[in-house]
Design a binder for this molecule. Structure first.
Ligand SMILES: Cc1cc2nc3c(=O)[nH]c(=O)nc-3n(C[C@H](O)[C@H](O)[C@H](O)COP(=O)(O)OP(=O)(O)OC[C@H]3O[C@@H](n4cnc5c(N)ncnc54)[C@H](O)[C@@H]3O)c2cc1C
Length: 432
């Protein structure tokens, strides 16, 4: 039986144990630098992005002027992306994305779309390729550029392994010759740098894929196809990209030919090869899409809360009705739950920067994207309901928030694909 002094000893030991660093790993508290950056981005979002959202949505054009302004203050460009990527807590990326997408998701995608290509170059390129191509993805503040990541095709959306764009090596000229049609490329055709996923051996499925840099300024045979007219994020440019005997130098293969040959040899022997270029890129960026969804959802929640406190019917504010107040309570719960999942996944995703191996034992990246994007659709829809008829008109922003939120359940892996990934991860079974 324990005595009081035993208890005091144990209590003392517990108190000492709690002081150890391993108990202080995951924290939701932003450090001073992160808070300062969040406030700075919020200010730009509030003063510049939010007021421009409606206009660029109506115009359905790429908002170069806003991108230029963002580049001039240092929000768009290599330096800000690197500082986001290199935060060892992983929290800076979701914090900044939430603030930008709170301002407007279409303009947000215009500022963010380049990072898909950047992630692919950063993840798969050699040191020389990273140094050469990353600055070219962004251009300069005076002349900003964007970049495109082209994986999807008419018959290869969720099923990335079905990519039919081919890359053939021409030994005589040390060039790759690329042929095919890419669909849905964000920034496709308005970028110089296009990262194109092509198959070098169709018999190997996604293990036969490789990623190539195809700069429009240098390569004949790459052109923009049809521009896509969209339901939401209409300031973001989406288009088909056609590759017709597009010849790129051997050095434009990300990672280099020796690495590709070694990987293909392994795949042909039936050994596992970590070469699924598209999937690796998508997996790394999923919590970020969750953060974008949280930003749009927060915009809708904030707007609906203010509106419900102002609007009167039957002689009282509409928020005084349980039906409306409960909606807002649920919206806030969903919003915060989504953000927490995004924060956890972002922390796990930054493990490498803390000298650890990133592990997602329950597919936490997919979970965060799935939850936040689905919640984003529900929250923005409830915001329309709270605004009633006004919510359904283009005079108020919530219908735009709803249109914008929907894409988050589709690109970078649909909600069904996220569920598939999670189901397979938690069960260890290759659920079909
Ligand atoms: C605005 C926008 C921007 C985009 N930007 C890019 C980009 O920059 N680069 C790029 O490469 N791609 C981009 N995409 C493409 C996007 O990633 C694909 O649209 C997405 O992966 C889904 O593919 P899909 O449209 O062919 O749908 P499909 O794969 O045809 O899916 C149709 C439906 O079937 C479901 N489904 C499919 N397979 C299964 C399964 N096994 N189990 C259960 N359900 C399943 C899906 O979940 C979905 O509901 C973009 C798309 C849009 C709309």
């Amino acid at each position: 039986m324990s005595t009081t002094s035993d208890f005091m000893t144990i209590a003392g030991e517990i108190a000492q144990e709690r002081m150890k660093p391993e108990w202080q790993t995951f924290s939701l508290e932003l450090n001073e630098e992160q808070q300062t950056l969040r406030d700075w981005v919020h200010e730009f979002s509030e003063k510049t992005i939010r007021p421009a959202g409606h206009e660029w949505d109506e115009r359905e054009e790429f908002p170069w002027e806003i991108v230029k302004e963002a580049a001039e203050i240092g929000l768009y460009g290599l330096e800000s992306t690197v500082s986001m990527f290199l935060d060892p807590t992983g929290q800076l990326t979701p914090v900044i994305l939430e603030e930008i997408f709170w301002g407007d998701a279409g303009i947000g995608m215009a500022l963010q779309g380049t990072n898909l290509a950047v992630s692919a170059i950063f993840g798969q390129g050699t040191q020389e390729q990273i140094s050469e191509w990353l600055p070219r993805c962004y251009g300069t503040p005076a002349d900003p550029k964007v970049a495109a990541f082209c994986s999807s095709e008419p018959n290869a959306g969720s099923d990335v392994s079905n990519v039919r764009t081919t890359a053939r090596y021409d030994e005589a000229t040390d060039e790759w010759v690329i042929n095919g049609q890419k669909s849905w490329a964000t920034n496709g055709g308005i970028s110089d740098v296009h990262v194109v996923i092509a198959t070098v051996d169709p018999s190997l499925g996604s293990r036969g894929h490789a990623a190539f840099i195809v700069p429009m300024s240098e390569v004949k045979g790459i052109s923009q196809g049809a521009k896509v007219k969209k339901h939401g994020i209409r300031a973001s440019h989406t288009a088909d990209v056609n590759l017709d005997d597009a010849r790129v130098p051997g050095s434009y293969l990300l990672g280099g030919k020796d690495k590709l040959d070694a990987r293909l040899a392994k795949a042909r022997e039936g050994k596992s090869a970590h070469g699924n270029a598209s999937m690796a890129t998508f997996e790394a960026s999923r919590p970020a899409v969750g953060a974008m969804a949280v930003g749009v959802a927060r915009a809708a929640y904030d707007y609906a809360l203010d509106y419900a406190k102002e609007r009167e019917q039957f002689g009282r504010k509409i928020i005084e009705n349980q039906a409306i107040a409960f909606k807002l309570a649920n919206m806030k719960t969903e919003l915060d739950a989504s953000r927490l999942l995004v924060q956890r996944a972002s922390w796990l995703g930054a493990a490498t920067l803390r000298g650890q191996t990133p592990e997602f034992p329950n597919a936490e990246g997919s979970m965060a994207k799935y939850k936040a994007s689905e919640a984003g659709v529900r929250i923005t829809e409830e915001a329309i309901q709270i605004l009633g008829g006004n919510g359904y008109t283009r005079e108020y922003p919530v219908e735009r928030f709803h249109r914008d939120a929907k894409i988050m359940t589709i690109f970078e892996g649909t909600s069904e694909i996220q569920q598939l990934v999670m189901a397979r991860t938690i069960s260890g079974i290759r659920v079909p």
